[in-house]
Design a protein around this ligand. Structure first.
Ligand SMILES: C[S@@+](CC[C@H](N)C(=O)[O-])C[C@H]1O[C@@H](n2cnc3c(N)ncnc32)[C@H](O)[C@@H]1O
Length: 228
C-alpha cells in the first residue's frame, strides 16, 4: 500500500484557503493505486491534474509513476498552486503548478499529449450563479460549487478531454451520485468517443462517490471496471 503523501508542512491557515484532502481525495488515491499497473503500462510522459489543491493527489501519482513523467498541476486558486509546489518539494516529486482555469493558456501544447489526466472537481450541485461567482473569485469556494447537477466545471473539461488525451491516455474523474454517472458515461460514449468505467464507488457520510476512468473508445483494449 502506498503511503498518503506528507502534508505536515500545510497549516490550518493554508487549509482555510485551500481544499483539505477528504474522502473524495482519498477514493481517488485508492482508485489510482488500484489501477497502478494500468497507469504504468501507458508509461505517462505528461500527467495533468486539474484542480490540484494541496498537491496531495499529484504527489501520490508521483509515487506510482516516478520521475519519468512531467507533472503539470493547474488550479484557479493561487494559494493552491503555492501549496502544490511545497507538497511536491516535501514529497520529492517535481510538480509544476500553473494558476489557470482548466488548461487555459496551455492547451495548444498539450493537445493529444496528456497520458494521464486527473480531476477531483467542484461537484456539489449549487445555483449556477454561485458556481460562476466561485470560479471568478478563485477562492476556496471554487473547490465545491459545481452549478447545475454539480457538473458545470466538469462539463467544460469533458468537452475538451478527447482532444487533450493521448491515444492511449486515461482520464480519472471523481463524481457524485447526483452528478449522474450513468448519464456521464452515455454522453462520453455517444458524444465524445470515450469509454467510461467505474473504478471505485463508495459511500462517505451523505455522499455516494465514484471514480470514473475514461479512455478513447478505440483504445478500450483492457478496461477493468463496471459500467455506471
Ligand atoms: C475538490 S477540490 C480537489 C483538490 C485536490 N485535487 C484533492 O483531491 O484534494 C477541487 C479543486 O479544483 C479547483 N478548481 C475549481 N475550478 C477549477 C478550474 N476551473 N480550473 C482549475 N482548477 C479548478 C479548486 O480550486 C480546488 O482546488
Amino acid at each position: 500500500m502506498l503511503p498518503t503523501p506528507n502534508l505536515s508542512h500545510l497549516t490550518r491557515e493554508d487549509f482555510a484557503l485551500v481544499y483539505e484532502p477528504a474522502e473524495d481525495s482519498f477514493i481517488l488515491l485508492d482508485a489510482l493505486e488500484q489501477d497502478a499497473e494500468l497507469i504504468r503500462t501507458c508509461d505517462p510522459t505528461i500527467t495533468l491534474e486539474i484542480g490540484s489543491g494541496s498537491g496531495c493527489v499529484s504527489a501520490f501519482i508521483g509515487q506510482i509513476i516516478g520521475a519519468r513523467s512531467v507533472y503539470i498541476c493547474t488550479d484557479i486558486n493561487a494559494d493552491a498552486a503555492r501549496c502544490t509546489m511545497t507538497t511536491g518539494q516535501v514529497n520529492k516529486v517535481a510538480l509544476n503548478p500553473v494558476i489557470t482555469s482548466l488548461v487555459e493558456g496551455l492547451s495548444p501544447r498539450l493537445l493529444g499529449n496528456v497520458d494521464l489526466l486527473v480531476f477531483n472537481p467542484p461537484y456539489v450541485p449549487t445555483y449556477e450563479e454561485e458556481a460562476a461567482r466561485a470560479q471568478s473569485d478563485r477562492t476556496i469556494s471554487g473547490a465545491w460549487a459545481g452549478g447545475a447537477h454539480g457538473m458545470s466545471v466538469t462539463q467544460e473539461l469533458l468537452r475538451i478531454t478527447p482532444s487533450l488525451l493521448s491515444k492511449e491516455g486515461y482520464f480519472y474523474l471523481v463524481a457524485l451520485r447526483e452528478n449522474n454517472p450513468t448519464a456521464i458515461a452515455h454522453q462520453a460514449q455517444s458524444e465524445l468517443g470515450l469509454a467510461c468505467h467505474v473504478v471505485l464507488e463508495r459511500r462517505a457520510g451523505i455522499e455516494h462517490l465514484f471514480v470514473l476512468r475514461f479512455s478513447h473508445l478505440n483504445h478500450a483494449v483492457y478496461n477493468p471496471g463496471s459500467q455506471p
